[in-house]
Design a protein around this ligand. Structure first.
Ligand code: AMP
Length: 283
């Protein structure tokens, strides 16, 4: 596995690969890799000849009171894991490389970025789309693999790719979970032992929603209310949102429609750690 730290070298390497007729797959990450990230790399390998994993804790997607400084980082560990999962090139730029002091351009996807995560984190998606667009221009991929774990992020990036005519196929990988259902996340390391136990309530509430719907419930406010009661039964849990929305427009649903993809998503603070999770299903 080759490690590249500069934009210039990465673009040259991507150009060479394309000249050789290789199909490039990219997996953008913020590092502190876990099995969720590694599953994305494995899936990318099924669709591309050469896999570039990017590792960059992107400051512009963190709000001023968020955890950018304390976000977990461990380069040597990530390097080993990325290589073992089949990464061919690890692109690890510095903050200065990605955002020189004269950087002025940002990408803003409208409407679908002002709900759910975007309502609580107003500058978040602008940071995400800007860095992902830059990473696409630097790694020149044919395909990119993203996780359903960050469902809104994947939907927003797909929108950007379509609206701005990036010639890149977006592939969404399923969420990888711990054995008790907690979605894997780099932020799970923040949880104390008690919080870790209580954090399973996110997945349990999603399962509850699915059960209620399977049993015939169609009123979204009832489903959300039952999920919320379950979540707040855990002393460490504070709800940011619990939502049932259309999985492409992200519009909140009042009643479940007979057709179309439904996104049930939630953000919950367990102590001081903010966790998100979701399920998508077709009715
Ligand atoms: P992050 O490093 O958290 O920015 O995530 C990088 C990529 O990995 C994103 O596309 C995430 O959606 C994806 N990802 C994060 N956690 C998981 C998980 N538990 N299962 C599958 N994909 C994940």
């Amino acid at each position: 596995m080759k490690v590249i730290t500069t934009i210039c070298e990465m673009q040259q390497a991507a150009d060479e690969l394309r000249k050789l007729g290789k199909k490039i797959g990219v997996v953008p990450t913020m590092g502190y890799l876990h099995d969720g990230h590694l599953s994305l790399i494995s899936l990318a390998k099924q669709h591309a000849d050469v896999i570039i994993t990017t590792l960059f804790v992107n400051p512009t997607q963190f709000g001023p009171t968020e955890d950018f400084e304390k976000y977990p980082r461990n380069f040597e560990r990530d390097k080993k894991l990325a290589e073992s999962a089949g990464t061919d090139i690890l692109f690890v730029p510095s903050k200065e490389e990605m955002y020189p002091s004269d950087h002025l351009t940002n990408i803003n996807v409208e409407r679908i970025t002002s709900v759910l995560e975007g309502k609580i984190r107003p500058t978040h998606f602008r940071g995400v789309t800007t860095i992902v667009a830059k990473l696409f221009n630097i790694t020149k991929p044919h395909i990119a693999v993203l996780g359903q774990k960050d469902a809104q992020q994947s939907i927003v990036i797909q929108r950007m790719v379509e609206d701005l005519d990036f010639d890149i196929k977006i592939i969404i990988a399923p969420t990888v979970r711990e054995s008790d259902g907690l979605a894997m996340s780099s932020r799970n390391v923040y949880l104390s032992a008690t919080e870790r136990k209580e954090s399973t309530v996110l997945y349990q509430s999603l399962q509850l929603a699915k059960r209620l719907i399977d049993e015939g419930e169609r009123d979204c406010s009832i489903i959300i209310s039952d999920m919320s009661k379950l979540i707040t039964s855990k002393p460490s849990a504070r709800i940011d949102y619990v939502s049932i929305s259309d999985a492409s427009s992200l519009e909140e649903l009042v009643t479940l429609r007979p057709a179309g993809n439904i996104l049930i998503s939630l953000a919950v603070r367990i102590g001081t750690t903010r966790l998100i999770d979701n399920i998508i299903f077709t009715k």
